[in-house]
Design a protein around this ligand. Structure first.
Ligand code: ADP
Ligand code: MG
Length: 413
């Protein structure tokens, strides 16, 4: 890698959706090049559901012919959106007088396992990318895809292009990984829900892993975890402005600490995230002889069925936990077959209050409850860890709850 200063720049679906926007994307790439960086550009497919070159459009086409298209073939068709987008981006750059080349997942050396539709990157062989970079070319890489050792095309699942960008950043030892999107950075809450949500300047990997896991879809949690392993700075920025965006870093060796600005000290709460479509299950264990063993049996059965569980509360007479709405029927069926009484409460939402400074600070839970009850929001269940407090509410209360908490902790502008 020698003296190359590699910068990974990832552009999401909305950033590449029109030719005007792609011109703005090209400006960011060329700007980086002119600053002396070797840009490695990761692109998502063009547009969203309904758009002609969106991945959903291709899925709709093939599933309309035969609903159970094999997973292997589905991955081949799902990889096309990024290929089209990549050629469009390379053409844009060449049209502007810059040398650029497109590499698909396999050509970029992105080797994955064979879990079609949700493959994991196992390693990256960057020699192709490096060869092009050292000849001064801008390298565009298709996001969201890779290939197995045997050359089978795979896709990486939701948020896959973020993961591609991070993995390339680590493999190439990039100076930074820039995630360009349609908002100015990582904000204190989803700006679609909270009008005065504020862009965060500097945050730690850990805080953002939490926020992303809890529903802040601005960046995929796996992408943050990968960047964190090698401490590569991750920046989330807007394609459509010159705002500095959010820097995600490791607070321990952050230059910001040396500069004397404590990045979490005056900030108890970093942000509020939300996840809708959750079902609460209450499994009665009152008639059981050996309750601990029964509890274990319940969670083993869920694990065996690949159902992820959350919000687990084990009581002497019941086990209460949540699953995603779309697997609740499956979970209930398993439990009933095991002979349990099950009560379900579908249509819940999980609200997460995230802050590296929460641990052991008295009064945070009280403030949460006060803010929610003040708005007439009932808390159905709660849990906490060192950096997050979760509450479960009815989905009708979700927006109200996010806004009330955002307001109560004065996170707004
Ligand atoms: P891209 O296509 O660029 O990957 P995404 O739609 O995946 O973009 O992510 C950007 C969107 O994430 C924003 O438009 C915003 O509505 C949403 N979002 C949710 N939570 C947050 C948050 N805490 N900060 C910023 N954006 C958020
Ligand atoms: Mg995204």
């Amino acid at each position: 890698m020698g003296n190359l200063r590699i910068l990974v720049q990832k552009f999401g679906g909305t950033s590449v959706s029109t030719s005007e926007r792609r011109a703005q994307v090209a400006e960011k790439i060329i700007g980086a090049k002119e600053e002396g960086y070797s840009p490695v550009v990761v692109v998502s497919a063009i547009g969203r559901t309904g758009d002609p070159y969106a991945t959903d459009t291709f899925l709709h086409l093939v599933k309309g012919i035969y609903p159970d298209v094999p997973k292997r073939e589905l991955d081949i068709v799902m990889s096309c959106g990024e290929v089209i987008s990549g050629v469009v981006m390379v053409s844009t750059l060449i049209g502007l007088g810059h040398d650029a080349v497109l590499l698909n997942g396999a050509q970029a050396g992105i080797i994955t396992n064979d879990s079609f539709g949700d493959a994991r990157i196992v390693r990256i062989e960057p020699k192709n990318i490096l060869a092009h970079l050292s000849e001064g070319r801008i390298v565009v890489v298709t996001g969201f895809q890779g290939a197995t050792e045997d050359g089978e095309v795979t896709t990486l699942g939701r948020g896959g292009s973020d993961t591609t960008a991070s993995a390339l950043g680590v493999a190439l030892n990039a100076e930074a990984i820039d995630i360009y999107t349609d908002v100015e950075g990582i904000m204190t809450a989803d700006p679609r829900i909270v009008d005065d949500a504020k862009t965060l300047d500097v945050v730690t990997y850990n805080e953002i892993v939490q926020m992303a896991h809890q529903g802040a879809k601005v960046i995929h949690p796996r992408a943050v975890e990968i960047a964190m392993q090698k401490n590569i700075p991750l920046r989330v920025k807007s394609t459509f402005s010159d705002a500095p965006g959010t820097l995600v870093t490791n607070q321990l060796d952050s230059e910001y600490i040396e500069m004397g600005t404590d990045i979490t000290g005056d900030r108890l709460i970093t942000g509020i995230a939300h996840t809708p479509h959750v079902t609460q299950l209450r499994v009665g264990t009152v008639n059981e002889q050996n309750v601990p063993e029964v509890d274990l049996k319940i969670f083993k059965a869920m694990a065996l069925a690949d159902i992820s569980v959350d919000f687990i509360t084990v009581l002497p007479t019941a086990v209460v936990y949540t699953v995603k709405d779309d697997v609740s029927d499956k979970a209930v069926k398993i439990l009933k077959n095991m002979g349990f009484e099950v009560e379900t409460r579908p249509g819940c939402a999980k609200i997460s209050v995230i802050g590296g400074g929460i641990a052991g600070v008295p009064g945070v839970m009280a403030q949460i409850l006060e803010a929610l009850t003040g708005q007439g929001v009932q808390v159905l269940q709660s849990a906490d860890s060192h950096a997050t407090i979760w509450v479960l509410v009815a989905k009708e209360d979700m927006i109200k709850a996010v806004r009330a908490l955002h307001e109560s902790f004065r996170l707004g502008r």
